[in-house]
Write a protein that binds this ligand. Structure first.
Ligand code: F3S
Length: 64
């Protein structure tokens, strides 16, 4: 699975990175750093929690 980060929606809440720090990297200003994130199968559950944690709905799961 992949996660698409809609950077234009990110307001820097950083909840994604708190829930799943290994998956969601933030830039120096605290915004989501990477537009498309590859998630390995063992990290999927944590990644989904991170997606749900974003109050701006800036993170979209792309099932493959
Ligand atoms: Fe941005 Fe949402 Fe994470 S606003 S920093 S993608 S919790």
């Amino acid at each position: 699975m992949k996660i698409k980060a809609h950077k234009e929606k990110c307001s820097g809440h950083a909840r994604c990175a708190v829930v799943a720090p290994n998956i969601f990297d933030l830039d120096d200003d605290g915004y989501i750093a990477i537009g498309e994130i590859e998630v390995s199968p063992e990290n999927e559950a944590m990644a989904r929690r991170g997606v749900r944690a974003c109050p701006e709905r800036a993170l979209e799961i792309i099932e493959e």
